[in-house]
Design a protein around this ligand. Structure first.
Ligand code: HEM
Length: 508
């Protein structure tokens, strides 16, 4: 109350005092809004005024409604490659963001990761570590993702792709009832990465059902996103925090615990005959300051599972959807796969890497349906972007979705056209796509923190797709045209089932 007596208002009646306080708060908000819209250093960047004035529209659409990742296309089409989306946040198209902010910046301060956006309290682990710590961990992990390591891991990957084929053949033979491909791709990618990171698959393919941890993972990612809303609007928590959100938050805690237990189990193993990701890290990990700490090892094991499964399964689900909706593309890919090999056992990671149309289909799905719709945000160190100064501490994030769907960057962007990625010498090359601007197409991000698992992801996608189309004729069950359109995004796509009918192909 000393403050009130200093202001000389301690003797005001309580009602008047309340009016005074509310009035002061309202004037403060008004002045703040005017400042943010007209005088803030980011005022020179275009965007809706409401977004510049308050965090609410961005946070509500992003964290609660899950529509913001796709809304960004409209904003970028209207305002250009840089749009102000909150008082202190800019959304960038990849055409500006990748070359100007994400590229290597030797001798300059980096655009730093923001641990809270991942739900991390501390900068531990490769995803959020600061520059030097990141470099050390990345160097150690990169042994496990080299071409040579990938070749050694093929045995594990092949085992699960074989198992997927077996399970799908069982389904096809049991009367061609429709199957949900989202679920089967999830089973496969989680089993593979579980085997590679923990030496412990989730046995989803074995049991033909979700492991509870895998089932939880989507809700744990969603929970991290939703909680960001309540960081800004704590007082709305009792009104907007639904039972489902509370359950998501509990799932997140359980999932962190389970992955720590699995990682501990792997670290306790003495099996140096294994050639999984951990075996490489441990082989090069020393006990001096260049190695990874125990906490980093366990945190990274979980990060690999989250980063390496959902993303690849999303891309696989979407490629299936787009192929089946575009029969001429489906047929061209089937023809390439079925004429390139004499027998199924010729299909391996090396032999599929050279199939141009298959590679073009994968590039195209990563464009039209980038598994990371928005690349994790960074904090600007104070730098020029597109000729304008962006102050230190401004949050920037690149929208892959807006970049890849903007007709300024890609001709006929809503059409699934693998032809745009073919070399001019290919018989299916189509010159209409020659004007596409590929600068902003970086589905695996760019620079020193780009995706370490991109070779693994591409290898998995090529192998699964080639084996699938070798073995089956596939048909989309009707009534699913809006499968992509209706998906919301909470960092990852909220995918519904993708129902297809599989028929075993008759091989003479
Ligand atoms: C289609 C599949 C995938 C896509 C589209 C994808 C995309 C991405 C993106 C956009 C990033 C963020 C980079 C940044 O913040 O600048 C990332 C990081 C990362 N990804 Fe992937 N990813 C995929 C598969 C995988 C796989 C299979 C693994 C490994 C098992 C993996 C492991 C990682 C790791 C460890 C990071 C952090 C790298 C670092 O900070 O140095 N990803 N990925």
């Amino acid at each position: 109350m000393a403050i009130f007596s200093n202001l000389g208002i301690s003797n005001l009646p309580i009602g008047l005092l309340a009016v005074f306080l509310i009035g002061t708060a309202a004037v403060y908000r008004l002045v703040l809004i005017i400042y943010r819209i007209f005088f803030h250093p980011l005022a020179k960047f275009p965007g809706p005024k409401l977004y510049a004035a308050t965090y609410f529209p961005y946070l509500y659409r992003n964290a609660i409604r899950g529509t913001f990742a796709k809304d960004l296309l409209r904003l970028h089409m209207k305002y250009g490659p840089i749009v102000r989306v909150t008082p202190d946040r800019l959304s960038l198209e990849g055409t500006v963001g990748y070359p100007q902010a994400f590229a290597r910046r030797p001798d300059q301060e980096e655009y730093a990761k923001i641990p809270e956006t991942y739900g991390f309290a501390k900068p531990i682990g490769i995803m959020v570590a600061e520059r030097d710590d990141h470099r050390r961990q990345r160097r150690l992990l990169s042994h496990a993702f080299s071409e040579a390591a990938l070749a050694e891991q093929e045995t594990y990957i092949k085992y699960y792709v074989d198992l997927l084929m077996t399970r799908l053949k069982e389904r096809a033979e049991a009367g061609a009832a429709p199957v949900d491909m989202v679920q089967w791709y999830n089973f496969t990618t989680f089993d593979i990465i579980g085997e590679l990171a923990f030496a412990d698959p989730f046995d989803s393919l074995q049991n033909s059902k979700y492991h509870p941890w895998v089932k939880m993972i989507y809700s744990t990612v969603k929970s991290s996103r939703q909680m960001l809303f309540f960081v800004h609007y704590r007082y709305l928590k009792p009104f907007l925090m639904t039972r489902a959100m509370q359950q998501n938050a509990k799932n997140r805690a359980a999932s962190v615990q389970l992955s720590a237990t699995k990682a501990e189990k792997r670290l306790a193993m003495e099996d140096d005959a294994r050639r999984d990701i951990m075996s490489y890290v441990l082989r090069y990990n020393s006990n001096d300051e260049k190695g990874m700490t125990h906490e980093e090892l366990t945190t990274n094991a979980r990060s690999l599972i989250v980063a390496g499964s959902e993303t690849t399964a999303s891309a696989m689900s979407a490629i299936t959807f787009h192929l089946l909706r575009n029969p001429h593309v489906y047929q061209a890919l089937v023809d390439e796969i079925r004429t390139s090999f004499a027998a199924e056992d010729e299909i391996n990671m090396k032999s599929v890497a050279g199939l141009p149309y298959l590679n073009a289909c994968i590039e195209e799905v990563l464009r039209i349906y980038p598994p990371a719709t928005t690349v994790p945000a960074r904090s600007c160190p104070g730098a020029m972007l597109d000729g304008k100064y962006v102050p230190k501490g401004t949050i920037i994030a690149i929208s892959n979705w807006a970049t890849c769907h903007n007709p300024r960057n890609f001709w006929d962007p809503e059409t699934f056209a693998p032809e745009r990625w073919l070399p001019a010498a290919h018989p299916r090359y189509d010159a209409r796509y020659a004007s596409d601007d590929h600068t902003g197409f970086r589905p695996f991000s760019y620079g020193p923190r780009d995706c370490i698992g991109k070779n693994l992801a591409n290898a998995e996608m090529r192998l699964i797709l080639a084996r699938l189309l070798w073995n089956f004729d596939i048909e989309l069950i009707e009534g699913q045209d809006d499968w992509v359109e209706k998906q919301r995004v909470f960092d990852v796509y909220e995918k519904g089932p993708l129902m297809v009918r599989l028929r075993r192909r008759c091989v003479a």
